[in-house]
Design a protein around this ligand. Structure first.
Ligand SMILES: Nc1ncnc2c1ncn2[C@@H]1O[C@H](COP(=O)(O)OP(=O)(O)OP(=O)(O)O)[C@@H](O)[C@H]1O
Ligand SMILES: [Mg+2]
Length: 253
């Protein structure tokens, strides 16, 4: 079980205008763990991820209080927000492909970071597509448009893109919402392997996905943490909270 603190969130509160939607949450994420985040719609799961990589700042009127530290540094004090976001990859529920070739989708971020040698770009494109379990399916057509791939392939391309800036933290927000169960399982295998290299926060509306993948699972409900514990405890007959038991057993939510 990993135990080095990677992310420390302390008394985090988030309001959109006058409405507070995260009500003072405190938790740690350990290096190289997969932290599952489950909870009903509108619990604040997506908002929580957006606070961590500071994309919440794109929403006018959003107000964050409390602290979020990555490796002991307060993300809100980070001078270079772009550098921070490169450290924290984000995969959205639906694939967000750039209208570019498969190759250029993955090479986009490295090029923005100044990489221009073709051999270096080739190497990183291949590595990321391999890590995302897509290489074998696309290696012969890297020049074709990414948007022409199937939904599941595009989602893996999105993961390859998130990996292309070599993040140390990968946040996934309901990545399997639009893909079939077989592709979902393939991506789950990808995540199991990636865990050796990075810390993963997995927001999922599929409680069984958290059960399969997460080392620890957080049950978030209406902007509060009901329970955070080892996944086997959360899914046991006796989690600490009755609400957790009822949610993971489909009695509500
Ligand atoms: N840009 C926004 N402006 C105003 N309110 C927002 C905004 N984004 C989210 N909210 C509100 O914040 C609360 C939490 O939403 P959030 O999207 O973080 O929940 P979620 O747990 O990810 O839900 P879901 O499972 O449906 O994706 C909800 O009440 C939502 O209406
Ligand atoms: Mg969401």
């Amino acid at each position: 079980m990993p135990s080095v603190k990677h992310i420390a969130v302390t008394d985090l509160r988030l309001s959109y205008g006058p409405k507070e939607v995260i009500h003072g949450v405190t938790f740690n994420v350990f290096k190289n763990e997969i932290l599952g985040v489950i909870g009903p719609a509108q619990s604040g799961k997506t908002s929580l991820l957006r606070c961590i990589n500071r994309t919440i700042e794109f929403t006018p009127g959003a107000r964050v209080q409390g602290t979020i530290q990555v490796d002991g540094e307060d993300v809100r004090q980070a001078g270079d927000v772009f550098a921070l976001r490169r450290r924290i990859g984000m995969v959205a529920p639906l694939p967000v492909g750039l209208p570019l070739s498969i190759y250029d989708n993955v090479a986009f971020a490295p090029r923005c970071a100044g990489m221009s040698r073709r051999s270096e770009l080739d190497a990183i494109v291949e590595q990321c597509l391999r890590q995302a379990a897509l290489w074998d399916e696309v290696k012969d057509r890297l020049d074709s448009l990414g948007t022409k791939l199937s939904g599941g392939q595009q989602q893996r391309l999105t993961i390859a893109r998130a990996l292309s800036h070599q993040p140390e933290i990968l946040c996934l927000d309901e990545f399997s919402i639009a893909i079939d169960p077989v592709t979902t399982m393939r991506i789950e295998d990808v995540l199991k392997n990636l865990r050796q290299q990075m810390t993963i926060i997995l927001v999922t509306n599929l409680t069984q996905q958290a059960r399969r993948l997460a080392d620890r699972t957080m049950f978030l409900w209406s902007g509060k943490i009901v329970e955070l514990d080892r996944t086997e405890v959360i899914f046991s007959d006796q989690p600490a909270s009755r609400q957790t038991y009822e949610y993971v057993n489909g009695i509500f939510g």
